[in-house]
Design a protein around this ligand. Sequence first.
Ligand code: ATP
Ligand code: ZN
Length: 224
Amino acid sequence: MQTQRLRIAIQKKGRLSKECQELLKRCGVKFNMMGERLVVHCENMPIDLLLVRDDDIPGLIMDGVVDLGVIGENELEEVSLERLARNEPADYVKLRRLDFGGCRLSIAIDKDAEYKGPQDLKGKRIATTYPQLVKRYMDKQGVPFSACMLNGSVEVAPRAGLADAICDLVSTGATLEANGLKEVEVILRSKAVLIQRQGEFSADKLALIERLLTRMQGVIQAKE
Ligand code: ATP
Ligand code: ZN
């Protein structure tokens, strides 16, 4: 079901939401975030913002339900791999890398454990929210391992005896340190990106996307 209005999916609440809303506002998109609404209609442009969990954004784009989305590359890549494994559509167009949401997906182990390279992870159980990305990395290294899927509290898994290592998002490393872990491999460097669904667009929508991109370019350059 296509609408006349351009639909943009953004994270409702979390690490990407504030900067994402700010970027849209700086691009001249006027809206008012109020209450618990899922859809926010912009006042001055034919744009609807969909406020969702970040995990849902890649799928909304890949199923063609929304036109644009802002998402961390980590989540985007994980969902892509997951969908490819299930033979579901996983296409999207990356329009632009953004200047926020920077983090890395890293493997960490007990801070006192010896580590010389990926071989030391052989046969270990790795707790993660990103099993596909971990598998891709470990397969590339040729190191067999087992996974332990956790949607939260990944960093306490080793201490809780659930896993030998973790693979989780890191920005400063403070959380790792607080949990007695050390970062040993970076498997992905991630930032927020603006993505677009595949398929046809009306001339009006194309023109609007073009305008947004031009403004975004200006806004991001002005900050650099
Ligand atoms: P939701 O409720 O929408 O599912 P979430 O808890 O999965 O939210 P957040 O913690 O808000 O997600 O993180 C969203 C994204 O922010 C991450 O997927 C990542 O791309 C980015 N990010 C940037 N820095 C960090 C960090 N230090 N830790 C985790 N994510 C980070
Ligand atoms: Zn999430």
